[in-house]
Design a protein around this ligand. Structure first.
Ligand SMILES: [Zn+2]
Length: 222
């Protein structure tokens, strides 16, 4: 007797397929489920993959639709990965300033003791994060653009009439789901560490700023 196995699709896979059928996600983009992503992410190095953490696979479909379109928006509106460039620039400038300052203090980098090593490490990270923070406004722009692109697709293809109300709902639902996941699945130390890194290195505007951006854009439109 032949048995057919139908793998039931989770909500993310379902919405992903639906957006592909509508032509909103191009055919060459792949969906990848991985625990290494905090929630959803457009590929940093590879532009034709959208990654998501399976813990988020049962979000409401409206929420997933917005998030996936936001990620596609990164592919569509952003020609370069600002996140990556921001990190590289911060690293190089931070390193340069650290070396210059050590030379200025008369520290011989090739031959330093443990205290000097600690001092230089702290200095380096301090400079790295300061420079990264300086670049944040420039990186935020890409997030805002991806949000607006997603919102425009939803208005056009899903008949969303009140974009502001919709985006408020999306963020509220997303926050609620994140909190529930945090309570249900006790996060591992690794997850906590990744969350911590994300927190320091965050270039994402707050939900409040993102709602405000949508609000301002669509008020002007009227
Ligand atoms: Zn984004």
């Amino acid at each position: 007797m032949e048995k057919k196995h139908y793998k039931t699709k989770n909500n993310v896979e379902k919405v992903f397929e639906e957006l592909k059928l509508k032509g909103l996600i191009s055919k060459n983009i792949k969906l990848k489920s991985t625990f290494w992503t905090l929630n959803f992410q457009a590929g940093l190095f590879s532009r034709n993959v959208i990654k998501y953490n399976p813990k988020f696979s049962n979000l409401k479909e409206d929420v997933i639709r917005f998030i996936l379109l936001h990620e596609v928006g990164h592919h569509t509106t952003g020609s370069i990965s600002k996140e990556l460039i921001g990190a590289i620039v911060s690293f190089l400038v931070g390193l340069y300033l650290t070396i210059s300052f050590s030379n200025f203090l008369g520290i011989d980098i090739a031959n330093i003791n443990i205290f000097e090593t600690c001092f230089i490490t702290v200095l380096f990270f301090y400079l790295f994060f300061s420079i990264f923070r300086l670049l944040v406004p420039w990186m935020k722009k890409e997030e805002f653009d991806a949000d607006l692109w997603a919102m425009k697709q939803l208005i056009k293809h899903y008949n969303i009439r009140e974009p502001v109300k919709f985006i408020k709902f999306v963020f509220k639902e997303f926050e609620r789901a994140s909190q529930r996941i945090n309570i249900e699945t006790k996060p591992s130390i690794l997850t906590k560490f990744l969350n911590f890194l994300e927190e320091i290195l965050t270039y994402h505007p707050s939900h409040y700023e993102r709602i405000l951006n949508v609000e301002m854009y669509f008020m002007k439109e009227r």
